[in-house]
Design a protein. Structure first.
Length: 483
């Protein structure tokens, strides 16, 4: 029965165990959240913790050449890079630009210092996802109860929706460079997001997100073209005027832009959807590489934006919209058309990967809070795309309802309201309120609720605690000041 049904690689993530009978009444067998691995005859058998280590471990047991190891590494990587690329979304890029416009290179040291902070936070989600095999909300529901799961899920869903509205708004602003009306650009965004979900494949979402998010590396080019002065950079690295309220506010904004609660929840669920095998130590190492590269890349992009604006000869006192960036980048590139082209690809790419992450996070969070198992059904070789979509919707109605409502809500809001409506205050409020409980929940679970070989070390545990506490105090202080 299974060989006739599962003809391609598939996963059943986010739950400790589930029965196939829920989806296939004729079968009565339990599957754990592991990959279905390929057998020697070309078909696929179910792997479990007792006798198989998943497709990734099977690859490791085969050819040990460097090409095989590279393929294994690349096959597992993706969730960390996706989360980090989504971290530098439109509002975050504007925050970096504002930092460079108002304070020059003074906040450059902070961008570098936040690399290990970002890595530490995301490493917790990778550790929990690989060892426990379920998303953050599912873990809370199982370990603490449904009330605790909903207490975290409700503001997390709000943060995802508000973030999605911000991405729609910035994409709409960017496309006005070319005379495209807001309804047309946001219709295209909504259609893209729904198409990604309709495929029923996490791999498609990941590939699409990485392809669009990598456009942000264009800011590395502008950083060198702006030719920042080394002596000015050196002065900025040692200047940290915490006695200035405006400087402290941007410090808080940059910290809040690094640790997004929805980004952490996404990565843990994405790792489960990606699938893990029995060799958890090996896969945890690969997840750390994935997260480390993503942390360096995302903070590098933030630093590149800051340096580009700070070194520009035509700095503005305030950078609040993408139209302000056009003036700065025109002075760097020497041509307004080039500036608009570069900003269009880089900013829309950043916003699209963030939109994919936010909609997936919202759908997964709602599904897990409702206590429903999330199963990705594999396509039959002779099935049409429409039939596969119908099967996916029937198997996971809560996921598709939440995903569609988020997209439709964001699209409707941008049509009814002015596209330039500033949602940054509300978004910052939700992220600031939610970040401390989320980050310390992950810290507690990783420090005390994992097997001994996977728990945080004594020294590392408390060093991370202090770092998270400082970041939380900044966020709470900013929320108090704004409200």
């Amino acid at each position: 029965i299974l060989r006739s049904r599962f003809r391609s690689l598939s996963i059943i993530p986010n739950v400790p165990s589930m029965t196939v009978k829920k989806f296939f009444p004729e079968a009565d067998i339990e599957l754990t959240p592991r990959l279905l691995s390929s057998s020697s005859d070309g078909e696929h058998e179910v792997s479990n913790d007792s006798d198989n280590s998943g497709s990734l471990s099977s690859m490791a047991d085969g050819d040990r050449s460097w090409v095989s190891r590279l393929r294994q590494t690349l096959a597992f990587m993706g969730p960390g890079l996706m989360a980090c690329l989504a971290d530098t979304d439109g509002p975050c890029l504007l925050t970096a630009a504002q930092s460079g416009a108002q304070w020059g290179y003074a906040l450059l040291a902070l961008q570098l210092a936040l690399v290990p902070v970002l890595f530490s936070a995301q490493e917790l989600t990778a550790r929990l996802g690989i060892v426990r095999g379920m998303g953050m909300t599912a873990m809370l529901r199982q370990d603490v109860g449904p009330i605790a799961a909903w207490l975290v899920s409700a503001p997390l869903l709000a943060a995802c929706v508000l973030g999605l509205l911000s991405e729609f708004s910035i994409i709409g602003q960017t496309m006005t460079f070319w005379g495209v009306p807001v309804w047309a650009s946001n219709s295209a965004v909504s259609l893209t997001l729904l198409t990604v979900a309709a495929t029923g494949s996490y791999a498609v979402a990941e590939i699409a997100g990485l392809a669009m998010g990598i456009c942000q590396v264009a800011f590395f080019l502008t950083m060198f073209m702006a030719a920042p002065k080394l002596d000015s950079m050196a002065d900025g690295l040692v200047r940290f005027p915490l006695d200035q309220p405006g400087f402290v506010k941007l410090v808080t904004a940059n910290i809040g832009a690094v640790i997004m609660p929805w980004m952490l929840a996404y990565q843990q669920s994405a790792i489960c959807n990606k699938g893990v095998g029995q060799d958890r130590q090996r896969h945890l190492q690969l997840a750390r590489i994935d997260t480390g590269l993503g942390s360096l890349l995302t903070q590098g992009v933030m630093a590149a934006m800051l340096l580009t604006v700070a070194a520009s000869s035509k700095q503005l006192g305030s950078v609040s919209t993408v139209h302000d960036l056009v003036v700065i980048f025109t002075s760097v590139l020497g041509n307004e058309f080039r500036a608009k082209m570069l900003l269009t690809f880089a900013i829309i790419g950043a916003c699209m990967v963030a939109a994919i992450v936010q909609t997936l996070c919202a759908a997964w969070t709602f599904e897990q809070a409702m206590g429903r198992a999330t199963a990705t059904l594999p396509p039959e070789s002779d099935e049409s795309a429409v039939l596969r979509m119908v099967q996916n919707v029937r198997a996971r109605p809560l996921f598709y309802v939440a995903y569609t409502v988020a997209c439709a809500g964001a699209f409707t809001f941008t049509l009814l309201m002015d596209n330039a409506v500033d949602l940054s205050v509300w978004t910052e409020f939700c992220n600031g309120v939610l970040m401390p409980p989320v980050i310390f929940t992950l810290w507690y679970l990783a420090a005390f609720r994992l097997p001994p070989e996977y728990t945080l070390g004594i020294c590392y545990r408390w060093i991370v605690f202090v770092v998270f506490l400082v970041c939380s105090l900044f966020c709470v202080g900013e929320v108090r000041e704004e409200w």
